[in-house]
Design a protein around this ligand. Structure first.
Ligand code: ADP
Ligand code: MG
Length: 317
């Protein structure tokens, strides 16, 4: 190795890590020592990104750094937690300084944005793989559990799911990818602040990482109910406006990697949701209804069934 493991940790991670007063011991000792906020629960999530599997080999290091943290912050957002700390286990083929600098820039830009301190990790040599763990605090009364949906609740989604999957399709088809769509794939914005506001409302939420139908399906399984979705109401981004309807719908229903929130609230809280969306400058769209009958029914405006079979769809039919 041209630079030692110690140098990598010191130069690219320890020195750049944002500080928080609740970090008693951060990077540099055998383990981090942290002071959770009084009266709060701790919420913990971990996700691994493997090159070639979770992102194309050619992905820019800054995008990998951003995304490795973003996917975890999205999990905290879906619980309603406030992110506090992160750890990073990095496996790299060889310690390339330019690669590390760009990776760290992507990671810390997002960490700083959310006030998250990197408090430890592990650095090893091997095929590129990035594991980030995040820890956040939760009010005991404001945990957004997957099993808390109920028939009659209205279903919403943030942003415009399908963008990331559509960008990936274009990349794989080697056609020119719209820059905005590519940003949606490579730099997802976890809905952290909005998630915390939803938790205060008592919503049921999940983040859309594996596709809207698949992830909503997890909520339905856990909550023992079903849902009706109006596919004509699914929010579509400007960038997808002129793309073929069926391909877009497949991405909206089955595409993953969007890291938007799908959530449900009681009918009487719809106005609260609209207000929160405006406050957070976030596009939030009502897309369906929780029902007692199990399964997901995808319908058009006129009530006719949607013919698109998105991945995972048959499983829920
Ligand atoms: P140990 O041998 O005690 O496990 P390491 O040599 O693996 O310690 O790491 C030394 C210190 O640097 C530890 O505090 C560890 O948490 C931290 N660390 C190692 N790799 C990273 C990384 N990629 N990002 C942040 N902190 C790291
Ligand atoms: Mg170690």
């Amino acid at each position: 190795m041209a630079i030692s493991e110690f140098d990598v940790i010191e130069r690219f991670f320890a020195r750049q890590a944002p500080h928080r007063g609740d970090v008693v011991l951060g990077i540099g000792d055998d383990a981090a020592v942290l002071q959770p906020p009084a009266g709060c629960l701790l919420s913990v999530a971990v996700d691994t990104l493997v090159a070639g599997r979770h992102f194309p080999q050619a992905t820019a290091p800054g995008d990998i750094g951003h995304k490795a943290l973003a996917v975890n912050l999205s999990d905290l957002a879906a619980m309603g937690a406030e992110p506090l700390w992160a750890t990073l286990a990095l496996t790299i083929p060889d310690p390339d300084e330019a690669w590390l600098a760009d990776f760290a820039r992507g990671f810390f830009e997002l960490a700083n944005q959310h006030g998250v301190a990197l408090v430890g990790g592990d650095t090893t040599r091997g095929p590129l793989s990035v594991t980030v763990q995040v820890m956040g605090s939760l009010h005991p009364e404001q945990v957004m559990r997957r099993d808390s949906a109920a028939p009659g609740q209205r279903i919403f989604v943030t942003g415009t799911p399908g963008d990331a999957a559509f960008a990936l399709r274009q990349l794989q088809a080697r056609v020119e990818v719209d820059a905005w769509l590519l940003e949606r794939l490579n730099r997802p914005q976890p809905r952290v602040a909005f998630g915390r506001a939803l938790a205060a409302l008592g919503a049921c939420a999940i983040d859309v990482s594996d596709g809207l139908l698949a992830d909503l399906g997890h909520v339905l399984d856990a909550s023992d109910c079903g849902a009706k979705l109006n596919v004509d109401r699914l929010p579509r981004s400007e960038a997808l406006r002129d793309q073929p309807g069926d391909a877009v719908l497949e991405c909206q229903l089955g595409g993953g990697d969007d890291y938007e929130l799908c959530f449900s609230v009681d009918a009487g809280q719809v106005d609260d949701v609209r207000q929160l969306a405006a406050q957070h400058h976030l596009r939030v769209t009502e897309i369906g209804l929780m029902e007692a009958q199990s399964g997901i029914r995808c319908l058009h405006d006129d009530g006719s069934p949607c013919k698109i079979r998105a991945a995972g769809f048959d499983h829920f039919a």
